[in-house]
Design a protein around this ligand. Sequence first.
Ligand SMILES: Cc1cc2nc3c(=O)[nH]c(=O)nc-3n(C[C@H](O)[C@H](O)[C@H](O)COP(=O)(O)OP(=O)(O)OC[C@H]3O[C@@H](n4cnc5c(N)ncnc54)[C@H](O)[C@@H]3O)c2cc1C
Length: 492
Amino acid sequence: MTNQPRSVRVQYLVVGSGAGGAITAVELARAGFEVVVLEEGARHGLDAYGKGVTHAMQTLYRNRGMTPILGSVPIGFVEGRCLGGSTEINSGFWHRMPPEFVLRWVSQFGINDFSVEQLAPHYQWCEEQLKVVETGDRLQKNSEVFKRGVESMGWSARAIPRAAGDCVNTNQCASGCPQGAKQGMTRNLVPLAEAAGCKFITNCKVKLLLKAKNRVTGVLAEIKREDNSTDLVRIDADHVFLCAGATQTPALLRRSGIKSHVGDTFQIHPMLKVSALFDEEIDAHKSVMPVLQVKEFWPDIQLGGSFFSTGQLAMNLSDNWTESQHLMRDYRKMATYNVAVRSTGYGSVRPARFGSEYAILRFELSDVDIRNLSQGLARLASLLLRAGAKSVHPCIQSLPAITSELDAVKWLDENLSRSSLSLTAVHAFSTCPMGERRDRCAVDSYGKVFGFENLFVNDASMLPESPGINPQGTIMAIARRNVLNFIANKRG
Ligand SMILES: Cc1cc2nc3c(=O)[nH]c(=O)nc-3n(C[C@H](O)[C@H](O)[C@H](O)COP(=O)(O)OP(=O)(O)OC[C@H]3O[C@@H](n4cnc5c(N)ncnc54)[C@H](O)[C@@H]3O)c2cc1C
């Protein structure tokens, strides 16, 4: 590493190229501004995708897919670290925000100019761009059985629209879609931004924001070369948009001394997985994950499907391995589903020592979260048993398999024990809440960091609280709204 960082000057700097960063870059570049995106991860072509989960964890995931969220119930968290961010490894499920939430956020956080009608054109633009479509007309077996269970419970299940119109069910969402059917940012918005003149610098991690009074003057970034040697570069910028995601944006801000309401209200969608054994062959390892979700208890409790592989199944069964390992022989008759809850508990994000890769994530489940997970398990297990499952195996230590609806419904009234839960999460937000309420928000109604003239947050961090839905659509719609507002103001 050189001692004196080289320095470069750019007009508009975007940090991170995921859902928030890609749309920010596209709109700034299309407006004719000079834009550079710095992305910590590498650029990969489709030929590097779909090479299995282990390979993907090394190339596309932060911390090789093993980021702990600390708390009385430790939670396994994953997020992307590559060009395109988490959109490269997600499943492309797409939602618009329930109107009730839009109103609640206005009421609770004082967000200006924020309504279903005002967000609609931004959702629509993204949906057209990412070819978001409903895929319910070609259900795979893991979705079909789920639908059977839902109908038997008298509920309604909706096939969730996905940003994967040409999906051919190869079950490789989590390791990057090698067909390019899933519209991660590298398929779509990154090329659009590049065509408009935007430059993407990959393997470039922003370490620190440089400040002078109420302005950010640029960043200090580390560029990694192919031989793993690094170069420290100072990049001066007129405007900086932070889109490094809900864990890294607050870590970077705090490391740079910007702390007011930053990283103090970390929320996630805690997820409890269950594996179900059927009489019939499901072949979930060859199918895209179940695409139906139950909306009856939504947005507080969501019942849906999970990614399935034999390795993942072994991990899910490992909570009760002695009793459950024999099920591995029946993997073709098994499928994985989950209960995800809209957390009401809070946590924090703090940077680890300067130079370290890690942000320290903490989260505590509230009693309401435990209640929702328990009731969600009761309902999901009942649904799966009605769908024909012989047994349901939750990721809960020392909990015997659920084989009867009577065993299942007891969780409507009893609480699962915290110490036995094995939970995971893939959705994170609200570490820099947006709104005009200075007593609880880090950024204003359009993502500008309070106290700074030229620093913006435009990613999952700005969602003021857990939305209870798959968040990519909402992150992109709000990010587009914010950046277009910025451009309009610039043009005066
Ligand atoms: C396995 C998985 C499945 C999911 N499934 C769905 C789904 O089906 N539907 C849905 O709506 N949502 C889903 N999500 C969530 C969704 O993908 C994220 O909420 C969304 O991508 C977040 O957008 P973002 O811009 O905040 O962050 P990201 O998309 O994660 O992008 C952040 C980017 O910033 C980069 N970065 C971080 N720190 C720095 C730094 N210091 N310097 C430079 N670059 C940096 C990262 O490498 C990353 O590329 C899923 C997520 C995962 C992990």
